[in-house]
Design a protein around this ligand. Structure first.
Ligand SMILES: Nc1ncnc2c1ncn2[C@@H]1O[C@H](COP(=O)(O)OP(=O)(O)OP(=O)(O)O)[C@@H](O)[C@H]1O
Ligand SMILES: [Mg+2]
Length: 249
């Protein structure tokens, strides 16, 4: 089992879009039993997969005990892809976690879920607080989408420093250049500058369409270049996980 978190302190950088895309690829393309776990009160992950909003607001309550949060997990319309949706209650989660004081609660929960899921993909809110602390302790790999802006060059070292300070045995961090538009000079400079060698997600209307259609890109634009690019990104992540697993074995 591997836990992959999509995280950034910056908002609106494509975290939810990428988390949903990867979760779908994990289930539909790699054939893994997959859980998409949404930690953002905006609840965008389930929504992008066409799910109705959760009927009750108790997503934060699962953090009150170490048990498996199975009651709230729903099956998506895609085989092998289940979702633990977020709701309004997640707004109080940082305070709840601070009160409980168990920094590894989420790590324990993902461990108990490992019997049922080969991949757990976490969609994070853009925060640096008790929620991100839980995520850093639970994740095997942190994917950090950053748009091609000079501010991104600041955000990545901030995230790295914060993780290092509190999690000496932290998960590997994979920065991804998101919303890249090669027509823009500044984007090209970032691409060949501080983001050289990072995987790239282009700014693409097909990706934006996933929100209008509420369906994964691979289901309606399978033959597009951007689908091939996103698949390569996912294949690279799978290869990285396999290498990590063989090093830990
Ligand atoms: N590569 C892309 N090309 C074009 N549009 C994109 C791309 N990635 C995301 N978007 C669009 O940008 C907007 C923000 O994306 P998304 O909600 O995934 O970001 P986020 O980082 O999860 O935001 P938040 O911090 O609010 O959770 C959405 O409208 C989404 O459809
Ligand atoms: Mg989001």
């Amino acid at each position: 089992m591997a836990v992959i978190a999509v995280y950034s302190v910056k908002g609106g950088v494509g975290k939810t879009t990428l988390a949903v895309d990867m979760a779908w690829r994990s289930a539909a393309r790699s054939g893994h039993s997959t859980l998409l776990w949404d930690l953002d009160p905006q609840g965008g992950a389930g929504w992008l997969l066409g799910l109705a909003d959760a009927s009750e607001s108790n997503a934060a309550a699962v953090f009150r005990k170490d048990s498996k949060p199975t009651d709230l997990i729903v099956q998506s319309r895609y085989a092998g892809l289940a979702v633990l949706q977020a709701d309004e209650s997640m707004r109080s989660l940082p305070a709840t976690l601070a009160r409980i004081g168990k920094r590894k609660r989420m790590a324990r929960m993902t461990e108990t879920l490992s019997a049922d899921y080969a991949r757990i993909i976490i969609d994070c809110p853009p925060v640096l607080n008790e929620i991100s602390e839980q995520v850093f302790a639970a994740a095997d790999l942190l994917i950090v989408p950053l748009p091609p802006s000079p501010l991104s060059a600041r955000a990545l070292p901030m995230i790295q420093a914060e993780i290092l300070a509190n999690h000496p045995r932290h998960p590997p961090i994979l920065p991804v250049l998101s919303m890249y538009d090669p027509r823009r000079k500044l984007h090209r400079e970032v691409h060949t500058g501080f983001a050289a060698g990072w995987p790239v997600i282009p700014m693409a209307s097909a990706i934006e369409q996933t929100a209008a259609r509420r369906a994964p890109l691979g289901t309606f634009a399978a033959s597009s270049d951007v689908n091939a690019r996103l698949q390569r990104l996912w294949d690279g992540i799978e290869a990285k996980l396999a290498m990590q697993a063989s090093l830990n074995a």
